[in-house]
Ligand binder design. Structure first.
Ligand code: NAP
Ligand code: ZN
Length: 353
């Protein structure tokens, strides 16, 4: 079968791969819709590692089941499914004391396109199908459903990790698709003042729609000074990092009030260390600030919960889709767009008609 792979770092192409074999608790799907992600860009062009050789890219998908293993109870051939990007293993002891996404080792939950073949192929395999798949509700808009797989679970995770309380002042650093979902999640969790940091005009407009009360541009001078001015020098209760660079973590940390929370969702590549200001760290005491971050939660229940929020019209994540493609052959163009990030892009979708 045909798969779009990362041969080497920066060398991508189509490859003929063997037909996948379905394990006893697995399902094989054909993709219905796929979205390239900024994380695919990191994997394809920025990350090196022997385990990534010839790996099939892609981890955001809706699919139709074409085969199930004999142990799969709740899904059958022909079912349409939302496929979470994080599909944890439930067969490792870590599952008893570690976030499921990291069971078996950090990032092991995002096996698609990292430790096993991803979704940008004629067929892909989903492990632990009963535990990881989510039925696509009848009539649900594909563009809403596919945003559940990664953008929504990731952005909302930032708000969860910050334990946002009613009335909290929140800053979201970066308002690409992940940050926009963090804005929406923070509002749903009760944020009061909600400061969004970014510049793309359509992202700014959607950030406001999703609940941002203030916009800060990192191109208009020091972000920290701008945020401190907007909070009368107090700082924010919570800072969610969903973009920027290695300096952004330290900036987010420094605008969090004593005892507040920060959460990082951003994958940062090409650096060896992060800097935190000595002064802002309270002489190394860290000022009772909670620093958190990690891979988005996956699995079936998470996807079902987020799907129910979309169905109940609590949020419309399809607002993120700006570019539409049709056919497997358009994957390279859609992925390249995600790499180039033209200013009118938020998220491309590829329909596999
Ligand atoms: P994106 O579209 O590139 O958005 C990045 C945002 O950061 C944009 O709003 C950009 O502003 C802003 N930005 C750029 N430089 C900045 C700076 N110096 N200070 C503050 N903001 C700055 O990215 P995305 O698709 O939303 O993805 C964000 C990150 O999440 C990626 O690294 C991705 O790999 C990661 N991710 C993580 C998970 C997880 O499980 N944790 C899952 C999915 C994705 P402009 O408006 O000017 O462009
Ligand atoms: Zn993704």
């Amino acid at each position: 079968m045909k798969a779009y792979v990362r041969h080497e770092m920066g060398v991508l192409g189509w490859m003929e791969k063997p037909e996948p074999v379905c394990g006893r608790d697995e399902a094989i799907c054909r993709p219905i819709a796929l979205c390239p992600c900024s994380s695919d860009v990191h994997t394809a062009w920025e990350m090196d590692g022997a385990w990534l050789k010839d790996i099939t890219l892609g981890h955001e998908a809706l699919g139709e089941i074409i085969e199930v293993g004999e142990e799969v109870k709740d899904f059958k051939v022909g079912d349409k499914v939302i496929v979470p990007c994080t599909t944890p293993t439930y067969k490792h002891a870590d599952i008893q004391d570690t976030p499921a996404a990291d069971a078996g080792g950090q990032f092991q939950g995002i096996c698609f396109s990292n430790y096993s073949d991803g979704t940008m192929a004629e067929k892909f395999v989903v492990r632990a199908a009963d535990m990881n798949l989510c039925h696509l509700p009848e009539g649900m808009d594909y563009e809403k459903a596919i945003m559940v797989t990664d953008m929504m679970t990731t952005g909302f995770h930032g708000a969860e990790l910050c334990e946002i309380k009613f009335g909290d002042t929140v800053a979201v650093f970066g308002i690409g698709p992940v940050g926009l979902m963090a804005v929406a999640g923070a509002k749903l969790m009760g944020a009061g003042k909600l400061i969004a940091i970014g510049t793309r005009p359509n992202c700014v407009a959607i950030a406001k729609e999703y609940g941002a009360t203030d916009i800060v541009s990192y191109k208009d001078g020091d972000i920290c000074e701008q945020i401190m001015a907007l909070t009368n020098g107090r700082g924010v209760d919570a800072a969610i990092v969903a973009g920027g660079n290695a300096d952004t973590l330290g900036q987010a940390y420094s605008v969090v009030r004593c005892g507040g929370h920060m959460a990082n969702l951003n994958v940062i590549t090409g650096v060896d260390e992060f800097k935190f200001s000595y002064l802002q760290s309270g002489a190394g005491f860290l000022a009772h600030k909670t620093i958190n971050g990690g891979l988005c939660p996956g699995g079936r229940r998470r996807a079902e919960r987020l799907t129910s929020m979309v169905v109940a019209d609590r949020v419309d994540p399809s607002r993120l889709v700006t570019h539409r493609f049709h056919g497997l052959d358009s994957i390279p163009e859609a992925l390249q767009l995600m790499k180039d990030k033209p200013r009118d892009l938020i998220k491309p979708i590829v329909y596999i008609d």
